[in-house]
Ligand binder design. Sequence first.
Ligand SMILES: Cc1ncc(COP(=O)(O)O)c(C=O)c1O
Length: 389
Amino acid sequence: MNRNTDFLPFARPSIGPEEEEAVLRIMRSGWLTTGSEALAFEKEFAAYVGVPFALAVNSATSGLHLALEAAGIGKDDVVITSPYTFTSTAAVVRHLGAELAFSDTAPGSYNLDPDQLQRLLAGTRNCRAIIPVHIGGLPCDMDAITTLGKRYGCTVVEDAAHAFPVMTSQGFAGTLGELGVYSFYATKTITTGEGGMVVTANEKLARRMSLMRMHGIDRAVWDRYTARKASWRYEVSEAGFKYNLPDILAAIGRVQLRRAETFMEQRKRTAAIYNKAFSRTPGLGLPPEAPNHAWHLYSLRVDPALTGIDRDTLIETLADKGIGASMHFIPLHLMPYYAKRYSLAPGDFPNAVAMYEATLSLPIWQGMTEDDARRVTDAVLEAVGSGRK
Ligand SMILES: Cc1ncc(COP(=O)(O)O)c(C=O)c1O
């Protein structure tokens, strides 16, 4: 089949025989829900990123909710995050009855701007937490943000949904605040289909999250059913959630974790091909430079004044050529819920809006070949060239 007629998706998981074997092993084991496999995944993940506590959860959304709950966020508290994120980051704040304050991204960046964050913190009463979001896998300025967190008494909860594995000079992104949350959703750099991991170095926070993850029950189901002695008793000490990761998914996660470095190298190669191909074309903006990047997303910016084509038309043109491009993210203050609740206008966060209007996400995933990447660069450059005529 002519490869050019094949659809090239924006994201695609890399699942091989090892993952298949791992799932079969669990299916044949007689234990399908959370048990020894999830515990092993947690232990291996914690060792990988270098933290004492890792809790496997059924999504990053659940993880963010658990993390903020454990940090004591509740009614009358304010949590600051960036408008340039997926709704989960902010929705969990509302689940706890707390209020949001958005702080704009830095000019030309998808991540929080520490200067604007500082001004907002100085003028906000009751701010109890900051959620920096490492968009696309590019770490925020965590030195500045953790310093501000300490100065203003705010817990820093990293939304590292996109940022595994990214080493910084201080350690892995996701381990730099009090709490960090990773996503294993199907498009992420490692995946369990749906899933996530919360990490912390704080034992008290870990204990609270462990309790709330499983109905507020004082002992794990795993322990109750597998203990040799009669052990049906349990106590409910809180109105908890049900956010555990089943063993079938944890088994996939353990294999993906072992493959994470290889995945990242493959993603890096695709990003390098894109960067090289686009760097000399006026009107195309490369992703912000960074020594370390998980390359969950490759975000390209297009300036219609210089290229003759706007972002939406470019995405459609690529789709016509069988290339799946996407867009991350429509800033939250443009969404009816947040706009209405906080009386926000599009112009309130101009940097986020400028990035949103120009950006598209190109295909990037571990199984992509060099030919696949070149098919994308050829299609983009052709669209830009013909737009300019
Ligand atoms: C920045 C960000 N945070 C949180 C989430 C939530 O992740 P999950 O789908 O694992 O709940 C996403 C999902 O894509 C995301 O992009």
